[in-house]
Design a binder for this molecule. Structure first.
Ligand code: NAD
Length: 495
């Protein structure tokens, strides 16, 4: 069945393919020790459609011990064999892409075509790191003819992966694939509201040839399942993607075991449009940057910084595109889907209401709403606030919804200063025809990744991560493999 046929069957009759509902531990579907269950929701209709295991510390311990037991075997598996298994996973994911995309769109609420892109990206991640597995090399050290000095890059051991709900499969793939390529085992904890594709991925990886225990998944809440995982003494590294406060707690928990962490946290990323930019391309970029996945993207371009002379012309183009967005259930291939949960939508609405109460009227949007076709779901209008002061919370605080704050700049230096004006530093976009200026701004803006003339340009090959409150460490690219390695140096007297 194609993704569209799954979607049509579900929308017409509620029919669902077989969905996982237990933990995946030591290669088997495993019932939660305490028997707890939690519901997962279809945000487009605003109703529960399935339930999964609500894990506890006991389940986490079983999963970590399964990973620990599998670590030596997987870590010592020939690198090319690890790569071959990851390549089979990429192939299987492409073969099963329709089912994965359907479930991802249903569980997260995102439009089906975006979920299809996520699945294709996840397959690329496994393919990319499959190729990297047998290119992890050590070095020799020049310590004299009578000595031999060399390094052995070794897997760090059991790794924990805490996944957010906005890009469940993509985030899982970009963390798991390099960890597995490096020879690490994995215990993953998906977000409460989007557990399904992580479970499906663990099953797929096992079918691709990963031995039992190499990849384990425990579903459940952050406090009940996430906290015991990141604080487990056998976990040697934590890759965390989520909010700043949770990330701070994760870092403290890992510190108790002196485990390493990569923190991929929030953002308030600027998209700069200078006077000489191609305004149609820039307007396309602005709308994609803030309304894709209904703005629930860590690297969303949630601040538009536009040079004053082109402000009106750009905003006219942006508004025309915003009014053409098609709000609706993600499975109907809308271009503006629902927010992921009712509490999250309430949080977005609260921030917008507070801005209005501060005397900032939205240029467009500003309200929670429903799917115009069904009258249901957790939707929020595409919203723009114009000419927002640099110290307003609309500029400084992450909202994680379809809400754009426009800032007006007087010249490129002012644009750079505004861009650097928040505590976040994840990504930045620059639209200009001036090649030299673009690269000077790329130098001067504090961000982990800079996009020039195409927001979200790049792929798995390009390292990604933040500075300051956006976190530290890099995922994607060959840089990510280093997160999962520790160097052992060997020095021997041979003469
Ligand atoms: P969140 O921090 O609430 O939750 C993220 C994950 O952490 C979930 O799986 C949750 O169950 C788990 N968790 C919660 N408490 C925990 C604890 N005490 N110990 C261990 N795990 C715990 O974030 P969210 O609302 O799911 O995601 C949105 C946030 O994530 C936004 O701030 C967004 O910017 C950020 N994000 C960042 C990136 C990036 O790559 N930088 C990508 C996606 C999302």
């Amino acid at each position: 069945m194609s993704g569209s046929s799954h979607a049509a069957a579900y929308l017409e009759t509620g029919a669902l393919p077989e969905l996982p509902d237990r933990h995946f531990i030591a290669g088997e579907w495993t019932t939660p020790a305490a028997g707890g269950r939690m519901e997962t929701f279809d945000a487009g209709f605003g109703r529960a459609f399935h339930s999964v295991a609500a894990g506890t510390a006991e389940d986490v311990d079983r999963a970590v011990m399964a990973a620990h037991a599998a670590q030596n075997g997987w870590g010592r598996t020939k690198a090319s064999a690890r790569g071959a298994a990851l390549m089979r996973a990429a192939t299987l994911l492409r073969e099963e892409a329709a089912r994965f995309a359907f479930v991802e769109a249903l569980d997260s609420g995102k439009p089906l075509q975006e979920a299809e892109g996520d699945v294709a990206g996840a397959a690329r991640a496994f393919e990319y790191y499959a190729g990297a597995a047998d290119k992890i090399e050590g070095e020799t050290f020049p310590i004299g003819d009578d000595y031999l000095g060399y390094s052995r890059p070794e897997p760090v051991g059991v790794t924990a992966h805490i996944i957010p709900w906005n890009y469940p499969l993509s985030t899982a793939a970009r963390g798991l694939a390099p960890a597995l390529a490096a020879g690490c085992t994995v215990v993953a904890k998906p977000a409460e509201t989007t557990p399904l594709t992580m479970l499906m991925l663990a099953d797929l990886l096992t079918r691709a040839g990963l031995p039992a225990g190499v990849v384990n998944v425990v579903t459940g809440t952050g406090p009940e399942a996430g906290a015991p995982l990141v604080g487990h003494p056998k976990v040697r590294h934590v890759t965390f993607t989520g909010s700043v406060p949770t990330g701070q707690g994760v870092m403290q928990a890992a510190a108790r075991n002196v485990a390493s962490v990569v923190l991929e946290l929030g953002g308030k990323s600027p998209l700069i449009v200078l006077t000489d930019a191609d305004l149609d391309a820039a307007a396309d970029g602005v709308v994609g940057a803030i309304y894709e996945n209904a703005g629930q993207i860590c690297s969303a371009g949630s601040r538009l910084i536009v040079e004053r002379p082109v402000h009106d012309a750009l905003l006219e183009r942006v508004l025309a595109r915003v009014h053409a967005l098609k709000m609706g259930h993600g499975l109907r291939r809308s271009t503006l889907g629902p927010l992921n949960s009712a509490p999250h939508r309430a949080g977005v609405a609260q921030r917008v209401d507070e801005a209005i109460a501060r005397g900032l009227p939205p240029l467009t949007g500003g309200s929670a709403t429903v799917d115009p076709e069904t009258g249901e779901g957790w939707f929020f209008e595409a919203t723009i606030f114009d000419d927002v002061p640099a110290d307003d919370p609309l500029v400084t605080d992450e909202i994680f919804g379809p809400v754009l704050a426009v800032q007006i700049a007087d010249g490129a230096d002012d644009a750079a200063a505004l861009a650097n004006g928040t505590d976040y530093a994840l990504v930045a976009g620059i639209y200009t025809a001036d090649f030299g200026l673009a690269h000077r701004l790329a130098r001067d803006i504090d961000a982990g990744q800079v996009f020039i003339n195409e927001y979200f340009a790049g792929g798995i090959e390009v390292p990604f991560g933040g500075n300051r409150q956006s976190g530290f460490g890099r995922e994607k690219g060959l840089a990510a493999v280093q997160n999962y390695l520790r160097i052992k140096s060997v020095a021997a007297k041979i003469g």
